[in-house]
Ligand binder design. Structure first.
Ligand code: ZN
Length: 253
């Protein structure tokens, strides 16, 4: 499995997912892993859920997957709550059961682990925004590499052998300008990598985002993928989801 596509936070955006999967083919990935939040916000929860299941890949549970499955929306704001309620109505019991059975974290190989938020307490859905937030996570990361999502913001956190935690900002420039950026993993360090969001980017770039992990070269390549944002927005409005959910796709925030 030399090249693995790591996708996260699809949020029922089928247009973004299809475009990303075309790029995954171009990048010659032989495997996909999914970091959760398959549903919630977008107009295609059934289709995205079926698409991800058809890949027969490792998937972990996101907070939206969890709250749709448990029909427990109390922690969400009004917009997210409306979207989750609508999403739940679109899914059949078998699909809901599949979401409910997802694990919070998975060890994919001795080389890497996947989780939606962080390994220190996955069910708490902590948001890891900076190196300080990542410290508790690294206490629980036993593989050299762990991928996560949840904030919808691509980031790389590094933990040195001396347990110094820092953020690696250098890859971002190329990612925004060239749409692709390569990070070389160094032996001895541990990496906690946020691959950004396929279906609702929040880093002010409306293109979908994901990453490719090459196990032979020990590199992680971040990719930005343009997709038909307008069609995704129209679909959101057509099914009567809150307008704000369409608006934010156009801004990437
Ligand atoms: Zn999400």
């Amino acid at each position: 499995m030399p090249r693995i596509a790591v996708i996260s936070d699809i949020h029922a955006n089928l247009h973004a997912l299809c475009s990303v999967m075309e790029d995954v083919q171009l990048m010659q990935c032989s495997q996909v892993v999914c970091l959760g939040d398959v549903v919630g916000y977008g107009a295609y929860p059934r289709e995205c859920l079926d698409y991800i299941r058809s890949l027969n890949c490792h998937v972990v549970k996101g907070n939206h997957d969890d709250e749709v499955a448990r029909e427990d929306f109390y922690r969400m704001n009004a917009v997210a709550r409306a979207a989750l309620k609508w999403t739940r109505e679109q899914l059949d019991q078998e699909q809901i059961d599949w979401l409910a059975r997802l694990q919070y974290q998975r060890v994919v190989s001795s080389a890497f682990t996947i989780v939606h938020s962080s390994l220190d307490f996955p069910k708490a859905w902590n948001y890891i925004f900076n190196a300080n937030d990542a410290k508790a996570h690294f206490m629980r990361q036993f593989s050299p590499l762990c991928f996560h999502g949840h904030t919808h913001d691509p980031k790389v956190f590094v933990c040195s052998p001396e347990y110094q935690v820092s953020e690696e900002p250098d890859f971002l420039e190329d990612l925004y300008e060239e749409g692709s950026s390569v990070l070389a993993l160094e032996d001895g360090n541990k990496y906690f990598i946020n691959v950004g969001s396929v279906g609702q980017p929040r880093d002010h770039d409306k293109r979908a985002c994901y990453a490719v992990y090459d196990t032979d070269t020990r590199t992680v390549t971040f990719r930005r993928v343009a997709y038909d944002v307008e069609a995704a927005q129209q679909a959101i409005l057509a099914v009567g989801l809150p307008e704000y959910l369409a608006e934010r796709l156009g801004k990437g925030c």
